[in-house]
Design a protein around this ligand. Structure first.
Ligand SMILES: [Mg+2]
Length: 301
């Protein structure tokens, strides 16, 4: 889940608790036979509406997720059988993979857990993400499974492959997150399989707590990683800094791993692809962010 400065953290929590609707009243004038002016209420424009509607309602989103996990499962046995097969980049592999126990590494949010109801709350309230309302959502343990993810995780577990949950949920959200996962049928070997944001990794330094490469190094000391799953490029390899150019360069370098060792879930709702277009400056007004996205569009032949 993205983490940038909240717009109205306390007010946001109150509105979410009250189920407030963010709407605009639009007068439409007199209707035939009426004695007064009528009005309809129209939801305010929200840049996230289209993406979240697609994720919640479309057969296309479900099909996309299911086919990703199904294709990964079709290749899992060959990855398991190849002792040299590893899905960590060399910078993240600090101990040779050969002979280590097999694992798959999955991000949580929008990779195995669908948090779209939280996004709906934001759309309806007209508020931005903030840590307080997000923490409340996590504590509710109400996230749904991303289509196909439970089946894949159970199949991996049945093969003796440990499922590692490498997430930017925080360490204090471990119990609620694992309870949510367990309730949906995900295998949770023990609490050590939750690698949350802020987890210290001896001998590894990183620029921000949300970067994952130190936690991938932790995994590399114990496991041969057969596959990784995520909805952000940073779930696999870290763009530094997070610019469109660096992201394109990483895709050029590692893109061939997707569909074999790495598996990307679709998330048009949020992600680091977005702030990469406006210098990662979440303090910019929404209109300025929107203009940057407009400028990034390409209509050339
Ligand atoms: Mg995610």
């Amino acid at each position: 889940m993205r983490r940038h400065l909240p717009a109205f953290p306390v007010l946001g929590a109150l509105l979410l608790l009250s189920g407030c609707q963010h709407i605009a009243t639009v007068p439409v004038g007199k209707t035939p036979g009426s004695t007064g002016s009528a009005a309809i209420t129209t939801p305010a424009a929200d840049d996230n509406l289209h993406a979240v509607t697609w994720m919640q309602t479309s057969a296309e989103y479900r099909a996309n997720s299911i086919q990703t996990y199904r294709a990964a499962l079709a290749q899992l046995d060959s990855a398991l059988a190849d002792p040299q097969w590893d899905a960590l980049v060399p910078e993240d592999r600090v101990v040779p993979a050969i002979g280590l126990e097999p694992a798959v590494v999955v991000d949580i949010d929008e990779t195995v857990l669908d948090n779209s109801p939280y996004q709906v709350r934001l759309i309806r309230s007209g508020l931005a993400y903030d840590d307080a309302t997000w923490a409340q959502w996590v504590a509710e343990q109400s996230a749904r499974p991303v289509p196909g993810s439970v089946e894949f995780a159970q199949a991996a577990d049945a093969r003796g492959i440990t499922v590692i949950y490498l997430s930017n949920r925080t360490l204090d959200q471990r119990a609620a997150s694992l309870a949510n996962l367990r309730a949906l049928g995900f295998p949770v070997a023990d609490e050590s399989v939750y690698l949350g944001k802020g987890m210290p990794v001896e001998g590894c330094q990183q620029a921000s707590g949300s970067e994952k490469h130190c936690r991938r190094q932790w995994v590399s000391r114990k496991y041969r990683v057969l596959m990784q799953f995520g909805d952000q490029l940073g779930d696999f390899v870290q763009p530094r800094p997070n610019t469109a150019e660096n992201r394109a360069a990483l895709m050029k370098r590692h893109g061939s791993w997707f569909g074999e060792r790495w598996w990307m879930l679709a998330n048009p709702s949020y992600g680091d692809w977005q702030p990469a277009l406006f210098d990662n400056d979440w303090s910019l007004p929404p209109a300025v962010q929107r203009a940057a996205k407009q400028r990034a569009l390409d209509a050339s032949d």
